[in-house]
Design a binder for this molecule. Sequence first.
Ligand code: GDP
Ligand code: FE
Ligand code: FE
Length: 193
Amino acid sequence: MDRNAISERVRAQMPERRWAHTAGVMETAVSLAERYGADPAKAELAAILHDVAKYWKIEDQKRELIESGEAGDLLEYDPQLWHAHVGAYVARRDYGIEDQEVLDAIRWHTSGRIGMTTLEKVVCLADYMEPGREFPGVDRIREEAVRSLDRALVLGFDSTITFLLANGRPIYPLTVLARNDLIRLLDKEADNG
Ligand code: GDP
Ligand code: FE
Ligand code: FE
């Protein structure tokens, strides 16, 4: 399947406003990839597919998650986290994507993880700051993204964690670990600089 065929098939699975979000993530991910030295074509492909399963029924997401054999502890946490893993699973199975870097960028775009690759960071950050996004603090993330991929992504995770705290929601531990890992990297850079 070529890029346009993939796009059309993904587009058919979501409301038009979510496709507009996806288009924004594509554009932003390509520009962040160029700035920070990830492969722009991989960033674009991961962006196209990142929310492919977002509007699937929760029962369907749950079934695919279990079928994938890679659900881990996700079933114990917010179903909003599931579409990232389901997306990576169907990107391989239904769209023939074999590139592990692209699949991982889809898989970790929501939770983040320890030891994120530049491509994973780019897609995750693009998801936070694409032009259509509006939430408290998004402009600060956009400003920071010009200077530091890691610091901008910390601000992104902070906004999610703050939102979850304010609403009395559980926090997926890996999001906290991903944030701490980035801060550790930044501290190390500061020590060496
Ligand atoms: P979207 O798919 O483009 O809307 O963006 P995301 O893939 O980042 O969606 C994440 C959703 O999961 C947001 O609505 C978060 O509030 C929600 N969420 C719930 N728990 C967590 C968590 O522990 N970590 C993260 N990163 N997101 C969470
Ligand atoms: Fe998502
Ligand atoms: Fe998204």
